[in-house]
Ligand binder design. Structure first.
Ligand code: PEP
Length: 249
């Protein structure tokens, strides 16, 4: 049985007081689904969020990390540093990291390796741009993003990998991929996994959809057989909206 996961990517939002206020609101919400719930606050607030959620099933995850163990990488944070404050899952390859910080598939492969070497779970993001979709190249783009960053791994490594398909044209734009577009791509991703790793991997890896998921469209998107959850940006910043999505399963 694949895990259902709903993860909130807070991006560069919420200072310490705002983080505490949102967590306090999150704790008041009632979860009626069995989805795993995660939130990804900014680095500066991870420890405080982790402390506040110690007795809670909401997992605190990081939005990024560096591939090196330590050293002269000013401004960066390593997997071991995250582990040392109780963070065991990291989002890698978000389209904003790719677009604004020049993160390439090759760099992401190194980050994935570093996360796995530190026994972390990875939420690996990828997705095509609008021009790719318009030219019909979306499957080709997604296939190469996944293969370049992940297909050097052994099958067993996929126990630690969650995939997040996030079409760039749907992130923060209010434009959502239709449930059918999401399902078609997720089925394609699963087939791609199956072709190389077989069904033991393909059937077990959770594939999340991300891109303008809101309380009013989550149920329909999550009803698709190959959609195992969501990576939520804007709607994760309000506790009621986020939990309406969590409970859409
Ligand atoms: C995201 O940034 O991962 C995302 C899906 O954002 P939004 O939900 O705001 O489109």
């Amino acid at each position: 049985m694949r895990k259902h996961i709903v993860a909130g990517n807070w991006k560069m939002n919420n200072d310490l007081a705002q983080t505490q206020a949102l967590i306090s609101d999150l704790k008041k919400q009632k979860q009626t689904s069995s989805a795993e719930v995660m939130i990804a606050p900014a680095f500066t607030n991870l420890w405080s969020a982790f402390e506040s959620l110690r007795q809670n099933s909401i997992e605190v995850v990081a939005q990024n990390m560096h591939f090196a163990a330590n050293g002269a990488y000013t401004g960066e944070v390593s997997a071991a540093m995250l582990k040392s404050i109780g963070v065991s899952t990291v989002i890698l390859g978000h389209s904003e990291r790719r677009a604004y910080f020049n993160e390439t598939d090759e760099l992401l492969a190194k980050k994935v390796d570093a996360a796995l070497a530190n026994d972390m779970r990875v939420i690996f993001c990828f997705g095509e741009e609008l021009a790719d979709r318009k030219s019909g190249a979306q499957e080709q783009v997604v296939e190469s993003q996944i293969k370049n960053a992940l297909f050097h791994l052994d099958a067993s490594a996929f126990e630690q990998i969650v995939l997040a398909y996030e079409p760039v044209w749907a992130i923060g734009t209010g434009e959502t991929a239709s449930p059918e577009q999401a399902q078609d791509m997720h089925a394609f991703i699963r087939k791609t996994l199956n072709d190389t790793y077989g069904s033991a991997v393909a059937d077990e890896v959770s594939i999340l959809y991300g891109g303008s998921v809101k309380p009013d469209n989550a149920k329909e998107i999550f009803s698709k057989p190959d959609v195992d959850g969501g990576l939520i940006g804007g709607a994760s910043l309000k506790a009621e909206d986020f939990f309406a999505i969590v409970n859409a399963f």
